[in-house]
Design a binder for this molecule. Structure first.
Ligand code: CP
Length: 316
């Protein structure tokens, strides 16, 4: 594997899931694989889980992780080509990425979308600048449009909790929020759930249609109650509008999942990538109850990252 940026194919996903499960059983089974290698974890945006789990994963492989919070500790980056840098930016992305590529064997990058410049976000412009100019393998720690390490952890969490032999119904449901939230988690979850062969239904209020590039093959159901019926896994996530780009069109509190919403999905497990705004996106009763997989998902972030880093080390 060269870079890890998105779902590639089912075979690759299955082998990453199997490797992650092996690391969960024995986290130190390749404890010397990465000795002498460094990974730079570059954050242009905040993080708890991704920051900690990626470092733990690298350490469990014997690598040296170094974290840079570029938004707070780095120079203000210029992204545009050919401009005269006579305003606020201090360093060009191509110079910064080249330097980081010379310091590290692998780079891992978090670069959120603007939610205002749709074209730039859809091109995953900032993230791809690091791939273009660093010259080393790059792992997505969440880009403008995808969060593949989260989705890999989510697929591991589903596999661990599946009732074998039964067709699995997975529902991605929009939840209310007070801020404009990126599409990356919802896009990636849809991409991976469909790619892994799950029966996926996506439910959201009108106007919250996701980019169809990520949802081909999913059933779209605007009636949340109908969507949830018979669900085995319910993934809760807010996202802002895609067509009316970055806008908040609804904060309808009736979309927040409670036990009452799951009366026709008695055994459904509930997932969320975290951080979650309690009693806005998801109720305390669900988060603190036996349906919740949120802590399982967060822990699996370690093994997902470990499987990805390990697979990239194989190619270095
Ligand atoms: N789920 C997730 O990516 O969490 P962080 O933003 O805290 O890293």
């Amino acid at each position: 594997m060269k870079h890890f940026t998105q779902f590639e194919d089912k075979q690759t996903a299955d082998s990453l899931i199997d490797l992650a499960l092996a690391y969960e059983a024995n986290p130190r089974m390749h404890a010397s694989k990465g000795i002498g290698k460094r990974i730079g974890c570059i954050f242009l945006n905040p993080s708890l889980r991704t920051r900690a789990s990626t470092q733990i994963a690298a350490l469990q492989l014997g690598m040296e992780p170094i974290v840079m919070n570029m938004d707070k500790e780095g120079w203000a980056l210029e992204m545009r080509e050919g401009v005269t840098m006579n305003k606020g930016t201090v360093e060009h992305i191509k110079d910064a990425a080249g330097v980081l590529g010379s310091y590290f064997d692998i780079l891992a990058i978090r670069a959120f979308p603007t939610l205002t410049n749709k074209q730039e976000d859809l091109e995953d412009f900032v993230f791809n600048q690091f791939i273009k100019y660093s010259g080393v393998p790059v792992i997505s720690l969440e880009s403008a449009i995808r969060h593949p390490l989260q989705s890999l952890a989510d697929m591991i969490s589903i596999k661990e909790n599946i009732n074998e032999g039964k067709k699995v119904k997975v529902v991605l449901t929009w939840a209310p929020h007070i801020k404009a939230i990126p599409h990356a988690v919802a896009n990636s979850f849809s991409e991976w759930a469909l790619g892994c062969g799950y029966d996926l239904t996506i439910t959201h209020p009108t106007g919250y249609e996701l980019d169809t590039k990520f949802t081909q093959g999913a059933q779209i159901e605007h009636d949340q109650q109908a969507a949830l019926e018979g669900a085995d896994f319910v993934y809760v996530k807010n996202w802002s509008a895609f067509n009316d780009y970055g806008k908040i069109l609804s904060t309808d509190a009736t979309w927040m999942l409670t036990e009452k919403h799951l009366r026709h999905a008695k055994k459904a497990k509930v997932m969320h990538c975290l951080p979650v705004r309690r009693n806005l996106e998801l109720s305390d009763e669900i988060l603190d109850g036996p349906r919740s997989l949120v802590q399982v998902q967060a822990k699996n972030r370690i093994f997902a990252a470990q499987a990805v880093i390990s697979s990239i080390l194989d190619g270095i």
